[in-house]
Structures are given as structure tokens and as C-alpha cells.
Design a protein around this ligand. Structure first.
Ligand code: NAD
Length: 499
């Protein structure tokens, strides 16, 4: 059967590259291969980066007014094509259509933030720091930057970085996930419609070969990576060893602490929504509920009751939860169900029993609930990245906090309570980058920055917001004196003091 090839995007148009390696792209709801994606070789990456260097130099020299105009036009093009992008995400990732629309919306918000480039890139000015001397700061683009993204947000994660990088005057090479590569080409078309000059936004598809070629290329100045922790560590170590600025966002294990005074219905609603939305394939998914005594039994019952009402099936058919991204990933996740039972956890709801609304060959696993989970079990320790929710029991707030802080990850967390003092204490004491108070998925708005702590982020700066602007620009400070005979000081070998 013939399937279309997902190509690279070079110099403003589709490009097949020089290599012959290809990867299969599945429709996870049918289990069928629907496309193939070209895998870039080192020579392909070199050709694209060479174009990007030239295009980037011209783009950086464009006026801020012109660059901002393109940003507004990109925002409009993407908003116009949002449903088309969402449909492609559902077809290759599997998440339900409404969720895919939500992903595009959150990406659009970063494009809107980047439309404020004239304000975001403003420097500061100090008039007359000493006789005739002024001091001012400015921010300049880095050159060519690489963005390497994961499968679980094929549009939103690239959009966390690309609009800010481009508005700041850089050229971008995006290496999307090979599992769901097509959304990146729709983004490329939106940039072209917006009037972005060819070569400023580029896409290379592929695997480790393409990633490593970017990480070691002399003309790539910075790398924004999002993916699993082992790969994030590799990207950070390799990129920084090659002199690049790197932000590498890694995996997660997000805990939701439920205190005894919490509204139980809201907590159960939140645990189910945040545990099973996008089949648990979100870096901000809740994968562990820490139930503080005596809330455990009632909470487990309330969660299980809600799970019974969820429908699993084809994301185009109005179901609550779609399939997993590939058969291989589904099998890996399913393996944790046997492991959890063998390690002594209680399997309260078994997702293998699900009757999906969709083709039998789809990559299905229904919502799964474990109770009695403890640190040290693989279902607790590993990032499963699927629809598997674990309940851990804790005797007190202090024990709950100790459990959360002992995790090697620190991406997101939530606390459910009616006690403002307890919530405030938690937000100060927990070792996690993004915290929800009675909010289960605390993804910051575009004008704040997104990022975790510990093994969830390698590097110093988070994604988007002011951190994003700082990541994609380099600062200069100018100390300036214009000739003024009246302020001439003559020869002075002392260290400059502005008094
Ligand atoms: P992944 O690490 O397998 O892949 C991410 C990217 O790295 C892809 O583009 C992939 O092609 C590339 N890659 C894979 N293996 C590589 C290797 N050995 N060398 C070089 N490059 C390689 O991640 P994934 O499975 O696509 O995405 C899921 C992971 O991403 C989860 O761990 C999830 O928590 C994480 N994630 C984190 C955040 C965050 O903000 N912290 C956001 C989204 C996803």
C-alpha cells in the first residue's frame, strides 16, 4: 500500500533530503501505518543549518517592526488552521480531538506572547551615570537555534520555543518526534503564509542521528529540548560540551496530595481528569495520588466510580480517552500492570479489560488504578507515561511532603485542601517547579515560564515567558560618552568610578 512521505522543510519548502532511511507513522486508533517519515542524515542537517545561518543573519537585521508584523500574521494563520492542526495531531498521536484543540490553543498563547517582542526585547537606559556618561543594555539574537521535541505535544511543545526564538531574530531548526511528525509541517506552512523569509524556520525529521548532528554542529548556538530524562541528560551534556546554551526538559512523576479537609468530589474529579487525559501521556499528568489519612478509602472509591464512566476509543468519535501512541509503548505500559501486582500493589481497576470504541487493532489500554503503592515499586519509581494512576497512602502532611520531595523528579505537583495555611506551607516546602493549589495540572500561562526542578530539567532557564526571551537572546551593556569639551577629564589611570 502506498503511503505519503512526511518530508523535511528546507529553504521555505518541502525537501526529501539525501538519506534513504524512513520511519513508520501510525494511526494509533487503527494500528495502521498511515505515512512514512524521512530520517535526516548528518549531511542533511548540515545543509539545513547552512541555509539557516544565511537566512538568520538577514532576519536578525530586519527591523523589529517587520519581525513583529510576521509574528502577528503567524498567529492569525495558525488560528485559522487550528482545527486542521488538531485533526493531524489526533490522527498521529491518538489524543481526542478536543484535547488536540486545547494543545493548539496553548501553543497559540505563546505566539501571542511573542507578538509583544518590541516590549519584551527592550533594554534599559540610565541617563548621566557620571559626567556625560550614559549606560544602556540591549539584547541580541544568538543565530541558529535547535528545538527538539517529544511525541506527546507535537504542536504545543515546538510552539513553546519557536515563536520567541524567531521574534527575537534567530533562525530555527526544529527536530520533531518521528512518531507524529506532520503537525510540524503545518506550522512551517503557517510561517510561510505569514511571510517569514525562507530558511528562518526549518524542520529536519529523524532520530538520534539528526539530534546528535545538531548537538555537535558548530553553527548551532542553542538547543531547547523536551523529552524523557535519559535523553534530556544526553542532550544537555553533549550540547554544553560543544559550547551551546542548552535547556533540556525531562520526564516527570507528578504527585497530587489530598489532605483530609479537601473537597473529596473535586479531588476525585481532578485525579481522574489529570490522570487519564491524553491517556496519561502528558508531562504534567498526575500519576501518583498521595492520600493523607483518613481520606484514602473514600478517595479510591470516588476515583474508581468516575473511572467506570470513562469511554476509551477513537479520538475522532467523541470518546474521553484515546489510544496510546504506538503498540510498542502500549505494551511497555501494560507490562507495569503485571509488575505492580507482583510487587504487592492492589489493582483496583484493570485497563486491559476495556472495550474500546474503535478498531480492535488500535493501541488500546483503558484507565488503570493501583492502590497501596509504595516507593520502591516500579509502578511508583518509573515514569510510566500511560493511563496508570497510583494511590500512595500517607499518615500525615509531613509524610506526604517527604514522599514528594524524595522523588528524583520535580516537574509538577498539586495539593488539594481547604486550608490556605497548609497550601501555603506546601508551596514553600515542596521541591517542584510548578505547583497547583486545588488545580491538578498547573501549566503556567505563556507569560510565565514553564519548567521543573531536579531530573525534570537540565539547564538554568525554563521555557517561554521572560526566561524564554532571555534564553534566545544575549545581553550587552554599553557605557557611552559622546565628546563634550566641557566634560573632558584628562588622563586618569584609576579604575573607572562613576562618581
Ligand atoms: P524521547 O526522549 O523518547 O524523545 C524526545 C526527542 O528526542 C524526540 O525528538 C526523539 O526523536 C529524540 N530522541 C529519542 N531518543 C534519542 C536519543 N537516544 N538520542 C538523541 N535523541 C533522541 O521522549 P518522547 O517519548 O518523545 O516523549 C515523552 C517524554 O517527554 C516523557 O518522558 C515526558 O515526561 C517528556 N516530556 C517532558 C516535558 C516537560 O516539560 N518536562 C514535556 C513533554 C514531554
Amino acid at each position: 500500500m502506498h503511503v505519503d512521505l512526511v518530508t523535511h522543510w528546507r529553504a521555505g519548502e518541502a525537501w526529501s533530503g539525501t538519506g534513504s532511511r524512513r520511519g513508520d507513522v501510525f494511526d494509533p486508533a487503527t494500528g495502521r501505518v498511515v505515512r512514512q517519515v524521512a530520517y535526516a542524515e548528518q549531511a542533511d542537517v548540515e545543509a539545513v543549518v547552512a541555509d539557516a545561518v544565511t537566512a538568520g543573519e538577514r532576519w536578525a537585521a530586519e527591523s523589529l517592526t517587520r519581525r513583529t508584523g510576521v509574528m502577528f500574521a503567524f498567529r492569525e494563520a495558525l488560528a485559522r488552521r487550528a482545527d486542521e492542526v488538531a485533526a493531524v495531531i489526533t490522527a498521529e498521536h491518538g489524543k481526542v480531538l478536543d484535547d488536540a484543540r486545547g494543545e493548539v490553543q496553548r501553543g497559540l498563547e505563546v505566539a501571542e506572547f511573542a507578538c509583544g517582542a518590541p516590549h519584551l526585547l527592550k533594554g534599559s537606559f540610565s541617563d548621566g551615570v557620571s559626567g556625560g556618561v550614559d549606560v544602556y543594555s540591549l539584547r541580541q539574537p544568538l543565530g541558529v537555534v535547535a528545538v527538539i521535541s517529544p511525541f506527546n505535544f507535537p504542536a504545543m511543545v515546538p510552539l513553546w520555543f519557536v515563536p520567541i526564538a524567531i521574534a527575537s531574530g534567530n533562525a530555527v531548526v526544529l527536530k520533531p518526534s518521528e512518531k507524529d511528525p506532520s503537525a510540524s509541517l503545518l506550522l512551517a506552512e503557517c510561517w510561510a503564509e505569514a511571510g517569514l523569509p525562507p530558511g528562518v524556520f526549518n524542520v529536519v525529521h529523524g532520530d538520534k542521528v539528526a539530534v546528535d548532528a545538531l548537538l555537535t554542529h558548530d553553527d548551532v548556538a542553542a538547543v531547547s529540548f523536551v523529552g524523557s530524562t535519559p535523553v534530556a541528560r544526553h542532550v544537555y551534556e553533549t550540547g554544553t560540551a560543544h559550547g551551546k546554551r542548552v535547556q533540556a526538559l525531562g520526564g516527570a512523576k507528578n504527585h497530587m496530595v489530598v489532605l483530609p479537609d479537601a473537597d473529596l468530589d473535586s479531588a476525585a474529579d481532578a485525579a481522574v481528569s489529570a490522570g487519564f487525559g491524553s491517556a496519561g501521556e502528558r508531562c504534567m499528568a498526575i500519576s501518583v495520588v498521595v492520600a493523607v489519612d483518613p481520606v484514602g478509602d473514600d478517595l479510591v472509591e470516588a476515583i474508581a466510580q468516575r473511572m467506570a464512566g470513562l469511554t476509551t476509543g477513537d479520538g475522532r468519535q467523541g470518546c474521553d480517552m484515546g489510544p496510546l501512541v504506538t503498540g510498542e509503548h502500549r505494551d511497555r505500559v501494560t507490562g507495569y500492570l503485571d509488575a505492580g501486582v507482583a510487587e504487592g500493589a492492589q489493582l483496583v481497576v484493570d485497563g486491559r479489560q476495556v472495550v474500546p470504541k474503535g478498531a480492535p487493532e488500535g493501541f488500546w489500554l483503558g484507565p488503570t488504578l493501583f492502590d497501596g503503592v509504595r516507593p520502591g515499586m516500579s509502578v511508583y519509581d518509573d515514569e510510566i507515561f500511560g493511563p496508570v494512576l497510583s494511590v500512595v497512602r500517607a499518615a500525615s502532611y509531613d509524610e506526604a511532603l517527604r514522599i514528594v520531595n524524595a522523588s528524583p523528579y520535580g516537574n509538577g505537583t498539586a495539593i488539594f485542601t481547604a486550608d490556605g495555611g497548609a497550601a501555603r506551607r506546601y508551596q514553600r516546602e515542596v521541591q517542584v517547579g510548578m505547583i497547583g493549589v486545588n488545580v491538578p495540572i498547573p501549566v503556567p500561562m505563556a507569560y510565565y515560564s514553564f519548567g521543573g526542578w531536579k531530573a525534570s530539567l537540565f539547564g538554568d532557564t525554563h521555557a517561554h515567558g521572560t526566561d524564554g526571551v532571555h534564553f534566545f537572546t544575549r545581553a550587552k551593556v554599553v557605557t557611552s560618552r559622546w565628546p563634550d569639551p566641557a566634560s573632558r577629564t584628562g588622563v586618569d589611570l584609576g579604575f573607572p568610578r562613576h562618581d
